[in-house]
Write a new protein. Structure first.
Length: 259
């Protein structure tokens, strides 16, 4: 049960009282290792966005349904899960392309009804050995408006994540090394230029590495290298026809001590 009230000097005060957003879930154990589940929830999200008349937009509403399965295998050395989902939303705030800033510096938005997002996700967590942890995930997500046209194209349809962490033993028991790789498919935004040009960011991958060494029970030194290959890419292309570069290669050396 939600209650939301906003007051200001402007003529756009509003409140939402006793908004009921139910959630329900069901899990069924097929056996000792595998379970299936389903869940349903409604959505209510007040948003700090304004239209071209500087009037605050109504909260976003909708629902989300999910169906999945999860299992533990090889004496719990491997955990696998798969899920399919569908999200339907009303009152989704979308920027007014080419609009001038509002008083205060924000940009006007307008509401879009009947949007949907659907897809699936696969995750694998494993321990090939006692000292080695692996994680893999793949997500496919597709968004459409009420006419079936592509929506939220500034977000990737495909996203892959792979990470690994290894803890040494023996003489190197205080040493840990790890890394992760992420890859995402192409993103774009139509009508990003004055003549209707399309803004694009091709698919790209990033690699991060880390290593740490436990100097004493209380002191640890850690080295992080983010964006190992110094990839140049846009992390965002959806803010009013502007693109923002992702962080270049970054190297950090930290020493921590617990008193």
């Amino acid at each position: 049960i939600s209650q939301y009230q906003f007051e200001s000097n402007a003529a756009d005060d509003y409140n939402n009282s006793d908004v009921f957003t139910p959630y329900a879930g069901l899990i069924y154990n097929l056996n000792d290792s595998i379970s299936i589940y389903t869940s349903y929830t409604e959505i209510f999200l007040p948003q700090d966005a304004r239209d071209a008349n500087n009037k605050r937009l109504e909260p976003m509403t909708g629902n989300n349904i999910e169906l999945g399965a999860k299992g533990d295998f090889f004496d719990e050395k491997l955990t696998a899960s798969v899920a399919v989902f569908k999200v339907q939303k009303e009152n989704v705030a979308k920027p007014d392309d080419g609009a001038l800033p509002l008083p205060g510096g924000s940009y006007p938005m307008h509401l879009v009804d009947g949007t949907s997002n659907q897809g699936y996700e696969v995750e694998l967590n494993g321990k090939p050995t006692e000292n080695w942890d692996l994680f893999f995930s793949y997500t496919y997500s597709k968004s459409e408006d009420q006419d079936g046209a592509a929506f939220s194209t500034h977000l990737p349809k495909d996203l892959v994540r792979l990470s690994s962490l290894y803890h040494f033993d023996g003489a190197l028991a205080d040493l840990t090394v790890g890394g992760n790789l992420s890859w995402q498919s192409k993103i774009y935004k139509d009508k990003a230029g004055p003549n209707g040009e399309r803004s694009e960011q091709d698919s790209y991958y990033l690699v991060n590495l880390m290593t740490s060494y436990q100097l004493t029970d209380d002191a640890k030194v850690q080295l992080n290298i983010n964006n190992l290959f110094d990839k140049k890419y846009y992390s965002s292309i959806d803010f009013y026809n502007q693109g923002f570069f992702g962080e270049p290669r970054k190297i950090e050396l930290n020493l921590s001590y617990n008193f």
